[in-house]
Design a protein around this ligand. Sequence first.
Ligand code: NOJ
Ligand code: CA
Length: 591
Amino acid sequence: MHWTQRILTSSLLLAMAISMPATHAQNPASTSASSEQNWWKNAVIYEIYPRSFQDSNGDGIGDLNGITTRLDYLKDLGVDAIWLTPIYPSPQVDFGYDISDYENIDPPYGTLADFNHLVAEADKRHIRIIMDMVMNHTSDKHPWFIQSRSSKTNPYRDWYVWHDGAGETATSPGVPPNNWQSDFGHSAWEWDPTTRQYYYHKFYIQQPDLNWNNPKVHEAFRNIIKFWLERGVGGFRFDAITTLFEDPQMRDEDVLKDKNGQSFRNVYGDIALNDTRTNNLPEVHDVMQEMRTTADKFDSNKFPGTRVFIGETYLPNIGELAKQYGAPGKPEFQLPMDTQIGFINKLDIAAFRSRIDDAETKLNGNTPLLVFDNHDNPRLDARYGDGVHNTDIERVISTMLFASRGASLFYYGDEIGMKTTPPTRKEDVKDPVGITGWPKDKGRDGERTPMQWDAQANAGFTTASAQPWLPVPPTYATVNVKAEESQPDSMLSWYKALIQLKKNNPAFAHGDNVMLDTANTKVLSWMRQTAGSPSVVVSVNFTAEPQTVSLTVPGAGSGIKTLLKTPGAAEPASLGSIHLGPYGVFIGSVQ
Ligand code: NOJ
Ligand code: CA
């Protein structure tokens, strides 16, 4: 499912040598060269929406120096890497995903020197910085597009996707070349009167798609990747990566039909279409192999450790996800996001059981990247909560996230149980898609509200007198880092405990993931096992009623030692009798 179907759907070298972090901090003695290479396989990755994380200068907008001041918090949480959504210069129509300069920092977020400082301070804490790499499109204010639209003979004309209208005459643009739609609503073609052609934009009108059939576009991005690798980044998250290519024959998308065989309209009022002509075309694999080769060849003596490629990979099935890792000798992503699991968007036990098992058995031994939340979807409460047990349900979700094999990616604020807080009035909406879709789709502001640090005015996100760019939700009085740090039963304490288990318990750190009790329609149970360490069992109750499960682990006794359980739950007497409260969680080591 695509995210938009949200539920409701060299002279430089000297300067660099001065301003860049000089060397990569040495990891502790226990950290081997192999763990530097494999750090990502059991990584805890934290997504920061920089605009909303921490403001350091009182302008109501989060910034890089703000993030740097919170690194100790992230270290304490157990984070290995931070993915920053785009911080490059941008008109901010799509809050950074419309980039006008790929090799700088947008002034509200800081400077390249601030960025270098962030990388150096993160490195001291063994935290990597992952950049968002937007290759599908630029801002319409990027110099490449300004050139491109200026004339049909401009050298940059062919950097974007231009096409004549259908039925054009000397006085009329005709109509768009075909029925392709923007993921943000309406036609994906925009008429440009200067040169009397349409350009293609998969996203906002201000985000023209680049033409990936042009080798110069490839070269430009290889250089951008090297620019950031030279600054010591730990990798990239590739935005909208499946949308790089479009059908060269320009065929219309097929119209989707409902269960009665009828076409229907989407939240933007458009006829709903399939996206097989504009999404997941096979040429993307060649581009990713090329970019991976670029990164892998980068001089790794300066900044040791693997640079990880994370993919925004909303795909229709596990087979398509498996392809994203590449083939032997032709690697692509180390960690394409498994959105099959995290965006089921309802507590459907059969779906979770089969999809988590698919991640274990159908990815050719590659590492799954689990993710349940991000800046494009309502938070966990809105997609999985029942309104009564939301906190317990968030424990269920986080248990699947951290206790399954693979790397775990989560979104800032989920660790304290932040809730979705959409705007209540159309005039307050900041995300343009929320204006197009109002009121069915209120846009993404609700999941982008400021981080709640404490119970002071503006929740410690910015100064008390500042106007945060989005309002601080009223929950901040109780849902905040400071309060939760001192509460053993808080969501924050739960996240920290799960992350510590993931890092320190050998079965959790690298054990196989084996489903147990697979006929159970109420409780999802699985085991993590690795040679030389006790196996670990996990049971999560998918219902609002208490449940009891009886588990057997082949070759093991029935003794059980609790490692973590829902606050207040009873200790189980044995593996054969595990009691779970509503949406309760139990994790134990088999004795
Ligand atoms: C996916 C990003 O996560 C989203 O925020 C953005 O609007 C689109 N790609 C377009 O870049
Ligand atoms: Ca600021």
